[in-house]
Design a protein around this ligand. Structure first.
Ligand SMILES: Cc1ncc(COP(=O)(O)O)c(C=O)c1O
Length: 402
């Protein structure tokens, strides 16, 4: 039966303390105990329903975590102060000195930098592989491999990971598959395709208003308990905890995610088809020219479309910069990193979000200088937007007038 993530969000029913339609926000950093014994038990992890201290968790954070777990179809979830605040502790929880990770080479620059530059300081090594080549992924696994890591739709090249294929390899070798689903919430449900852990930067589509950071790790109760353990839990001890007020605001935005994703996808498909027809090198999973198109179609929850992210290549960094500046000047969006906003955001990944990746590796993975990454907005009249974008391209000589 088809998995319906938006129904899972719709079906949540949380009452506020005084019968409010929104759950009450717990505006406290610490919590009282009626007995010292319960405090002791809570520290030991044995007092169900008792709150301890807000770095551990809070009622507001639990509401948001449970909503995201429902959306991803996992047992539970733990929210964090940022996407990296969820990703880094989760990876560290699985790995220790001398361990090994197999990771996609096309991942968000911060995660790449964490695996390439930071975890080696702790004696953890990573092999970066072309995630679209399952045989390469399997060949990279050693007796020390503790996790396989990828993004469902990769940042910024929009490569599509075969999650069922990867999960098969992971199961065969008894290794968990961790998937960052930031680019494709609702559209792809990695857990349903066999992933063990689903991560998100909530900063992007899920919150959708570019006003806060957030992250989440969705997984088994056992994993989340481990991450929150007061003695050796990486989430608890590294301290990237979310604030309750933010958890409450993100939960409110989550309720409209399905409507937003459909509009982002509608607009992105429209623009991708037009740009491609204009002869511009366009990468969008919804285009039949995308090498991962059929795979995406097979994995997707159909009604949400192919997502709001697309890239075009305008030939050189100079042209890319000129185009982005002109589009911002004409109020078509913002020259800014990040994604999932109501306005279109654009950036040149080679010199921004993926600048952590050395130039020769960027070239090897196909991250060219002229690449512009777009997070397409919620524009009501996307035909008007297209005409205005096209005018910018014509004015800069990227397109000839036709
Ligand atoms: C795919 C992906 N994962 C993780 C992150 C990190 O999230 P945050 O910036 O919220 O720490 C980002 C940020 O750009 C991202 O694009």
């Amino acid at each position: 039966m088809a998995f319906k993530p938006a129904d899972k969000i719709q079906d949540l029913q949380y009452f506020g303390e005084f019968g409010g339609v929104n759950p009450s926000i717990s505006d406290s950093s610490t919590y009282t105990f009626l007995s010292a014994k319960t405090m002791f038990d809570t520290f030991e992890g044995n007092a169900e329903g008792c709150y301890l201290y807000s770095r551990h968790t809070t009622p507001s954070n639990l509401y948001l975590g449970e909503a995201l777990a429902a959306m991803e179809g996992t047992e539970t979830a733990n929210v964090a102060a940022s996407g990296m605040g969820a990703i880094a502790p989760t990876i560290l929880q699985f790995c220790e000195q001398d361990d090994h990770i197999v990771s996609s080479r096309t991942i968000y620059g911060g995660t790449y930098a964490f695996l390439k530059n930071f975890t080696p300081r702790l004696g953890i090594k990573t092999s970066f592989v072309d995630i679209t080549k399952l045989e390469m992924v399997e060949a990279a696994i050693t007796s020390k491999t503790k996790i396989i890591y990828c993004e469902s739709v990769s940042n910024p090249l929009l490569e599509i990971a075969d999650l069922e294929g990867l999960a098969g390899i992971a199961k065969k070798h008894n290794i968990p598959l961790l998937v960052d689903n930031t680019f494709s919430p609702l559209t792809i449900s990695p857990k349903k395709l066999g992933a063990d852990v689903v991560l998100h930067s909530l900063t992007k589509f899920i919150n959708g208003s570019s006003d806060t950071m957030g992250g989440v790790v969705c997984g088994s109760q056992e994993l989340i308990d481990t991450l929150r353990n007061v003695n050796d839990g990486a989430s608890m001890l590294l301290g990237a905890s979310m604030d309750s007020l933010r958890a409450a605001s993100i939960l409110k935005n989550l309720r409209t995610l399905h409507i937003r994703i459909k509009q982002h996808s509608h607009n992105a498909l429209y623009l991708a088809e037009k740009f491609e027809a204009d002869g511009i090198k366009t990468v969008y999973p919804g285009l039949t020219s995308h090498p991962g198109h059929e795979l995406f179609k097979k994995m997707m929850n159909k009604e949400y479309g192919y997502g709001g992210m697309l890239t075009i290549d305008v030939g050189s960094l100079d042209k890319a910069n000129q185009l982005m500046e002109l589009m911002q000047e004409r109020n078509l969006g913002y020259l800014a990193v990040s994604l999932g906003f109501y306005k279109t955001l654009f950036s040149a990944p080679g010199t921004s979000t993926s600048s952590e990746i050395p130039e020769e590796e960027q070239a090897a993975m196909g991250l060219t200088d002229g690449l512009i990454r777009f997070s397409i907005g919620l524009d009501n009249d996307i035909a008007r937007t297209y005409q205005m974008m096209r005018d910018c391209m014509v004015d800069l000589g990227i397109l000839q007038y036709r």
